[in-house]
Write a new protein. Structure first.
Length: 232
């Protein structure tokens, strides 16, 4: 049982999601300011985001579990790791924190607090990329928690760093972050009209990962395998 009460876990989820979005948006703005090379800008955005994920999951994970992601919270609710009464609180904290993160990034770079994004991110390739990105993220989290819990911050940070580059969508893999990024008309933005496709794809990827990893990591399967190996 978590020793931290819901208000503290709510605050941790809001703070973590906010700092994550501030990193994504802020590093994107900085990259665009410093270079006109899109590949170099994406690299800067990638490294900052991956590094921040390691930090946030390490320091806030013991408080709230460091979901920072509605898709992850939904998975933990479905596998009964997150009480039903806490799910809505987590979702509200994540979305609100993400929007606050966009606002903070804008204020740091003297931009309007909120803007409507105009960057086109739509189409089957983008949506499938989000299915793959979120599937991989949830699979990494679930397997990491089973086999190497202390390594989860690094596993998630490294996975997202890689997924920025092997997915056509640059791996949002997070409905709350997607909502927050629809409110910045900068390097990391996404048009609000494109949000439904992204969010649906992310939830689909998370549910597929839950189903597959639920079977793959099933304790009975491991026990049976060990028994078979022990037989002469």
């Amino acid at each position: 049982m978590n020793i931290f009460d819901l208000p503290r876990r709510f605050a941790a989820e809001a703070l973590g999601t906010g700092l994550l979005v501030a990193t994504v948006v802020g590093s994107g703005i900085m990259a665009e300011t410093l270079t006109h090379d899109t590949a170099l800008a994406l690299l800067g955005n990638t490294l900052a985001t991956g590094a921040m994920l390691v930090v946030l999951i390490t320091v806030l994970g013991p408080i709230s579990g460091a979901h920072f992601n509605p898709a992850v919270s939904l998975v933990f609710r479905l596998n009964r790791s997150l009480p039903a009464r806490d799910l809505v609180a987590y979702l509200v904290a994540q979305v609100a924190g993400g929007i606050a993160g966009t606002m903070a990034a804008h204020l740091m770079f003297a931009l309007p607090m909120l803007e409507v994004a105009t960057k086109l991110r739509a189409g089957p390739a983008q949506w499938f990329s989000e299915v793959v990105a979120t599937f991989g993220l949830v699979a990494v989290i679930l397997a990491g928690l089973r086999f190497e819990r202390r390594a989860v911050p690094w596993l998630v940070g490294l996975y997202i760093t890689a997924a920025y580059w092997f997915t056509a969508s640059t791996s949002f893999a997070n409905p709350a972050v997607a909502v927050a990024r629809s409110l910045t008309n900068t390097f990391s933005g996404i048009r609000p009209v494109d949000l439904p496709g992204f969010i649906a794809a992310e939830l689909a990827g998370a549910l597929i990962a839950l189903a597959l990893m639920g079977w793959l990591l099933k304790p009975e399967t491991v026990q049976q395998h060990q028994l078979l190996k022990a037989e002469p």
